[in-house]
Design a protein around this ligand. Structure first.
Ligand code: GLA
Length: 377
């Protein structure tokens, strides 16, 4: 990284920062409903080598491309000004300035091992790596959660994606060997020890290679549906409902909104159950919670797809403890929890099933909960 930076910019970087992608164990589409989620960071991450500039130019290069990706003045950063993926890093600088921080330019060189469009939060990893770099370069002294919210603002206000805060909080705040219990309304998070390998379990990621795009309107429509349901019920957010309130909600809501509400309410309860199992050291008990979560996303939220369902069904048929799609939906990745001895057979069975169905073959890899964003040199 440092050598590549020097070749491009003719000077050494001041440091290198890293931020990971994430998978969410449970708690999907709950973040923008003020609810709970339980993500972990994955070992795949984005690196940013950076150097502060004395002027206000923001320059960006990527190991994944040739030539400059971006070269403009930070004062020219306005929503809509950048329409490529560079909107994510540029948006972070915009959001920091919007929040009142007096920032100038920087030279940035980016490299990443987080697969793009796989539902593993490559954009949050990129945003967080840049935010942590700027935080140090300009001595901003912002906390990890504060930087995560800046990144969410970048994505909402600059890149035009109406996401919640889970991905950015996961990338910024996760720690190795733990899942991050997020309470979005309270603005709090707790590290819950999670080491599947210590109990002879494996957590597999299956990237279905069905590309998802949160900017295409379907995600926004779900979010609007949830907000509409909350307002019809006279609530600030769906977080305010418990499963016992569902019969009352069913009487008060138009039929098409009820499945959305049912998913969010039960999903929040699943996060709470999952956390109790983790705290009690009963990791295998997580399995059925994952599978129930998948059924809810498939049948109530209706954001799964044939490929993700095939992974889940095949994994369960070959002895997985549980499996579910993770992330925003409409493709992306599935996580599978299995006894270590079964993981390989499950992987082979999933690949065979994809071949038989004529689908593009999936990418499979095991993960362990990794560290969140940090300076690495
Ligand atoms: C995407 C969004 C998150 C969250 C998930 C669904 O990853 O970026 O904010 O809403 O979908 O849980």
């Amino acid at each position: 990284m440092k050598e590549a930076f020097r070749r491009i910019y003719g000077a050494h970087p001041e440091g290198v920062w890293a931020a990971p992608g994430r998978v969410n164990l449970i708690g999907e589409h709950t973040d923008y409903n003020d609810g709970f989620a339980l993500p972990i960071a994955i070992p795949q991450h984005t690196l940013v080598a950076a150097r502060k500039r004395q002027d206000d130019r923001l320059r960006l290069h990527s190991a994944q491309g040739d030539g400059p990706v971006l070269d403009l003045r930070v004062t020219q950063l306005t929503p809509g000004a950048v329409t490529t993926w560079a909107a994510y890093p540029a948006g972070v600088v915009w959001a920091l300035r919007e929040a009142g921080h007096r920032l100038g330019g920087a030279d940035l060189h980016i490299d990443s091992t987080v697969p793009v469009g796989a539902g593993l939060s490559s954009s949050a990893a990129l945003e967080c790596a840049v935010a942590f770099a700027y935080n140090d370069l300009y001595d901003l002294n912002l906390s990890a959660p504060a930087l995560a919210l800046i990144c969410q603002r970048a994505e909402n206000g600059f890149a035009g994606v109406p996401c919640g805060a889970m991905d950015q909080l996961a990338s910024a705040c996760c720690t190795a060997g733990a899942a991050l219990h997020l309470d979005i309304r309270a603005g709090s998070h707790e590290q819950v020890p999670f080491a599947p390998e210590a109990q002879g379990l494996s957590l597999l990621v299956v990237d279905t290679r069905v590309k998802h795009d949160l900017g295409d309107g379907a995600y926004a429509a779900l979010r609007t549906g949830c907000e509409r349901a909350a307002s019809l019920l006279g609530l600030e957010a769906l977080r305010d409902l418990t499963p016992a309130d569902l019969p009352r909600a069913a009487r008060a809501l138009p039929a098409h909104l009820l499945p959305l509400v049912r998913h969010v309410v039960k999903e929040n309860a699943r996060v709470t159950h999952a956390v109790s199992h983790l705290r009690a050291g009963h990791l295998a008990a997580l399995g059925s919670i994952l599978t129930d979560g998948h059924a809810s996303l498939r049948d109530d939220f209706r954001i799964s797809c044939a490929e993700s369902d095939l992974v889940v069904d095949t994994a369960l048929a070959y002895g997985a403890l549980g499996a579910r799609m993770t992330g925003g939906g409409f493709g992306g990745s599935v996580i599978v929890l299995a006894e270590e001895g079964r993981a390989e057979g499950i992987g082979v069975a999933v690949t065979t099933a994809f071949r038989a169905a004529g689908y593009q073959l999936p990418h499979l890899f095991p993960i362990t909960p990794a560290a969140g964003a940090r300076r690495i040199s």
